[in-house]
Design a protein around this ligand. Structure first.
Ligand code: M6R
Length: 357
């Protein structure tokens, strides 16, 4: 039930901080240690490469997950769009572990990869919001997302839940492998949850920004570097899916290789600048598009924000910024759809779970 909310999507956006807190609770034991199926831990420790398989928003969560698995656990990780994998299978390593990410657990494209990789005898782990689902039943192991039912077609809380569970999995694996970490993941996730809650309280500001930047536009670009790039592609998907504004997310450095040709007077460009290490470069890209007339909206992070930034998320751990950055992007998409009288929860031509290949 959506209660007092006008749309499920808005309710689900607001639920996100609580979902993250629930995940912290579910994945922690009485002694504050990570609670995880020992078989999953073993499979993670044993594999020499991870192949993440997913579609849409879950694929975007996978792109963020790759950063965790490589940077925190030191496991080479590939992320594949499920529908491409079957006929374009990469060369597999000796001991691959397949990780399926799926809110519904019913996505046919992902399932067909699971059938294929099982035939080859490779182990599979599914991260899903629906433990009894096909992808969960057919994989060797399951990790539950604990996001609660997600009704709106546009995925929001499943995305942040997937990122949180992937972060916990990466940290657990690192510890199992004896890698020393400089941060407490549960504490950092708690900080991120608080940041998310603060962001869901900034609806009015975000609605105003949406009105200012997107009210009449036909297109919109999202730029970012490093992990911000992956959040940008998710922001673009959200926007196009529910508001029908043509949106594209890409790496800031790619601008000069083509896309900048599309920038004209008034083109909205949403720039994500939450990563200190690439801040000067992305800000350089903002200047480049502004010089061609773009209407830029920069979303940065407290502590590294600069004068003139339109919006800043609260400070969170560098690797966990997607949890926070995605919230203004979800809300911008929501208000853009609302202002255009679109059917927010049930966008045209789309189904909640895609059970055909
Ligand atoms: O249930 P799944 O996570 O496997 O679904 C994958 C995609 O179909 C899904 O994320 C889709 O892209 C959403 N509508 C995006 O908001």
């Amino acid at each position: 039930e959506k209660g007092t909310y006008p749309h499920f999507m808005l309710k689900e956006v607001d639920e996100q901080p609580f979902v993250i807190r629930k995940i912290i609770q579910e994945y922690q034991d009485e002694d504050d240690r990570i609670k995880l199926d020992p078989e999953v831990r073993e499979a993670m420790k044993e594999c020499d490469r991870i192949y993440i398989i997913a579609a849409g928003t879950s694929y975007h969560a996978g792109l963020v997950g790759k950063q965790f698995l490589e940077k925190i656990s030191g496991i080479p990780t590939e992320v594949h769009v499920a529908s491409e994998f079957s006929y374009n299978m990469p060369l597999l390593s000796e001991k691959p572990l397949f990780v399926f990410i799926s809110q519904s657990g019913e996505t046919a494209d992902s399932r067909s990869v699971l059938v294929q990789t099982k035939k080859l005898g490779h182990p599979a782990l599914t991260l899903t919001n629906v433990p009894g689902s096909t992808l969960s039943r057919e994989a060797d192991y399951t990790l539950h997302l604990h996001a609660g039912p997600e009704i709106a077609v546009a995925s929001t809380k499943a995305y942040t839940a997937q990122i949180a569970v992937l972060a916990i999995l990466a940290v657990d694996t690192a510890r199992a492998k004896g890698i020393e970490l400089e941060f407490d993941p549960m504490q950092e996730l708690g900080i991120a949850a608080n940041a998310m809650e603060a962001l869901t309280d900034q609806k009015e500001e975000l609605e105003n920004l949406t009105r200012e930047y997107l009210s009449t536009t036909r297109n919109c670009f999202f730029i970012g570097r490093s992990i911000d790039h992956y959040v940008g592609v998710e922001g673009a998907l959200k926007l196009k899916e529910i508001s029908y504004i043509q949106a594209e997310g890409f790496a800031g450095g790619e601008l000069k290789h083509g896309t900048i040709a599309l920038i004209e007077e008034g083109t909205p460009v949403i720039a994500l600048a939450t990563q200190e290490s690439v801040s000067p470069s992305i800000r350089g890209n903002v200047q480049e598009v502004e010089a061609r007339g773009a209407n830029t909206l920069t979303i940065s992070m407290k502590g590294i924000e600069e004068e003139g930034d339109e919006f800043a998320i609260p400070k969170v751990h560098d690797l966990l910024t997607p949890l926070a950055t995605v919230i203004p992007l979800q809300l911008i998409a929501y208000y853009a759809a609302l202002h255009r009288d679109c059917d927010v929860d049930k966008p045209r031509n789309l189904a909640k779970s895609v059970t055909v290949e």
